[in-house]
Ligand binder design. Sequence first.
Ligand SMILES: [Zn+2]
Length: 199
Amino acid sequence: MVRTLLDEAICPACSARGMEYSAEPIELPFMGTSLETMIRCDKCGYRHTDFVLTSTHAPMRYLHRVATAEDMSVRVVRSGSGTIRIPELGIAIEPGIASEAFVSNIEGILVRVERVLGQMLRDAEDEDGRLRVVELQQTLQRMRDGQAEPVTLILEDPFGNSRILGEGTREEAIPPHEAEHLRTGMQLFDPQGNLVKPN
Ligand SMILES: [Zn+2]
């Protein structure tokens, strides 16, 4: 385990100076050795973890057709640079400061989306907005029961650090001209330790 104090780094959540950086080799299921990296703020508890695979790095796209309740247990490894989309439902989870790397399954992803929808429902300003959120919530529940129209879960990663590990999951290389439009979620610090606006 590598642990370093970045004295000059400024916390993106509370703006305090000084963050701890650590990197530790871990074994990810089915994916071999990777490095788990974390930056953490002592003052407010903000943390951001990520996985860096030590092998593949070509831009990759994974597509999984979600049709049955069994699909809920399909494993998903999503690094901080992975974008998850369900085009049929207009759902996208993009890289960013608030979106952490995780090892989960498709149901776990739906749970994350439901959490966001719950927040949107509380914040909704008009009845139309509320109705759209409620409809989506109902669709997600039917998906979990295997009762919804099939949809496609797409996971794209410009660094090839994410993966869907399911029976029948399709994988394809992303052409370079497409990969350059993907968000990376990279956090860059300038020499003074300020967080440069993430891509
Ligand atoms: Zn902080």
